[in-house]
Design a protein around this ligand. Structure first.
Ligand code: ADP
Ligand code: ASP
Ligand code: MG
Length: 447
């Protein structure tokens, strides 16, 4: 059974790290490993900036961005091949540069960048990084667009697992016998017509999981810049601790509530196929790491904290609501109509509070809701989520959380239906402090 190893942007940001990735991949080759790469460093951001310049007709800026990316990837290849870049790689890099040039000029000419064009531009980053690594490893380069079949929802494409499985058997499996490696891209896929799509930002984790499920891999490894999933984002709580074991449900909940370390859809294919996912530090492979499985045994009542924001809270009040059947159906119909997903819901006798993403079409939602209710809107809020399989079995968690938050105002509270997520809505600018206080109470004191 093969192994899937996904390396994120920071893991392939420079030659030193690329060498480390190659070292880790070679060490795993005995099992037959598929290496799934993100674009190097901030390449995807740079590509999207170039696309925006082109869309606004600023072709010079767009092409300057393209030059900078071309130079950076050439420099990366030169550092890995001090004797000279092999001609095959030179050609591949030049072809990608030429393709990007055409795409940007096309967008600039029309001054229009559809999601479809944006995906075509964004896909160049992963193709650059994988070309370089495949050449350095001397391993086959597989175009993920031949395997990762999706629908045509550009920018957030939905994978088609059945087709993907057949295509993986055809294009990936033959390269993956014991002792061999293959390199492919995360994040990108294609429709059945061959149009390039992407799975959305951070989507390489999802790709790795999809490939792992399709190949019935023994493990899906997510290699990144932290020693596994930690008790909180270390950028907010520097003392966050490694979590050795996490359940699929906890990890999915953390990802959905903002823990950037995993793309929210990552776990789904792995769960369905029963494949363990591990999260590891590329530069510290001997350090701590997290194993995500169906039934881990964790000791503490809470496992980790996550935070998502800014979000907007809508409080919908209707005195007519009392004893009215169908009120909630009517309410949610408005959100369905505007294709707005609702995260948290808390109901009271005559009102319902809900959270939506900050970019939701507020004016239109409000107008429709005001046809039958009063609406209050609170923007710049954040959801702070305390996640743990044992929350439900631990009395007093809510009281402890409120005690820890002290004078920070909690505007909404919701216990997830699966009872492993206690979500609190606070002001967005107070969220880091809320996380620090909750972390101190739940992870730095005796359980
Ligand atoms: P990659 O480029 O490897 O995909 P990301 O930047 O997407 O890496 O994800 C890793 C980052 O996720 C970490 O550097 C960390 O700041 C952030 N992060 C947020 N929450 C957590 C958490 N609970 N545990 C670990 N990292 C987290
Ligand atoms: N390169 C893509 C992004 O930056 C996908 C990923 O890194 O997972 O969003
Ligand atoms: Mg990521």
């Amino acid at each position: 059974m093969s192994l899937v190893m996904k390396f994120g942007g920071s893991s392939v940001a420079d030659a030193e790290r690329m060498r480390q990735v190659a070292h880790l991949a070679r060490s795993a080759a005995s099992q037959g490993a598929l290496v799934v790469l993100s674009a190097a460093g901030r390449t995807t951001d740079a590509l999207l900036v170039a696309a925006r310049h082109a869309e606004s007709g600023r072709i010079e800026e767009a092409l300057a961005g393209r030059h900078a990316l071309q130079r950076a990837h050439r420099a990366l290849a030169e550092a890995l091949f001090p004797e000279g870049i092999p001609s095959g790689l030179q050609q591949a890099l030049a072809d990608l540069d030429g393709e990007l040039d055409l795409l940007l000029r096309g967008v600039a000419l029309l001054q229009e960048c559809s999601p479809r064009s944006r995906d075509a531009i964004a896909s160049v980053g992963e193709r650059f990084s994988t070309r370089i690594l495949a050449a350095f490893l001397g391993a086959p380069w597989v175009d993920a667009r031949k395997v990762l079949r999706t629908d045509a929802t550009f920018g957030a494409a939905q994978p088609q697992p059945e087709a993907l499985r057949t295509l993986a058997r055809e294009h990936l499996a033959p390269h993956l016998h014991p002792g061999s490696l293959a390199v492919t891209q995360g994040f990108i896929g294609a429709t059945s017509e061959g149009l390039t799509t992407t799975l959305g930002r951070g989507g390489s984790d999802y790709s790795a999981s999809l490939f792992g499920a399709a190949l019935e891999a023994s493990e899906i490894q997510i290699w990144t810049d932290v020693e596994g999933v930690l008790t909180c984002d270390p950028r907010v709580v520097p003392g966050a601790q490694a979590i050795p074991e996490l359940s699929f449900a906890e990890a999915a909940e953390l990802a959905a509530f903002g823990a950037k370390v995993l793309h929210p859809a990552t776990l789904e294919p792995a769960v369905a196929a029963g494949i363990p996912v591990t999260v590891r530090h590329t530069l510290r492979p001997e350090g701590c790491f997290t194993t995500i499985t169906a039934h881990p045994g964790t000791g503490r009542p809470a496992t980790a904290l996550a935070c998502r924001g800014p979000v907007t809270v809508l409080t919908v009040t209707s005195s007519r609501m009392l004893n009215q059947s169908g009120f909630l159906a009517r309410l949610f119909e408005v959100f369905r109509h505007h294709r707005t997903s609702v995260d948290l819901v808390a109901t009271a006798e005559v009102s319902v509070s809900l959270t939506v993403d900050a970019d939701a079409p507020l004016d239109r939602l409000r107008a429709d809701l005001e046809a039958f209710a009063r609406v209050e809107v609170a923007e710049d809020r954040a959801i702070v989520a305390l996640v743990g399989e044992r929350l439900k079995a631990t009395p007093g968690v809510t009281g402890r959380a409120f005690g820890a938050l002290g004078d920070l105002n909690v505007e909404m509270i919701s216990m997830g239906a699966n009872e492993i997520n206690l979500s609190l809505v606070v002001r967005h600018d107070e969220a880091p402090e809320a996380l620090r206080r909750l972390h101190a109470a739940f992870f730095e004191e005796a359980p």
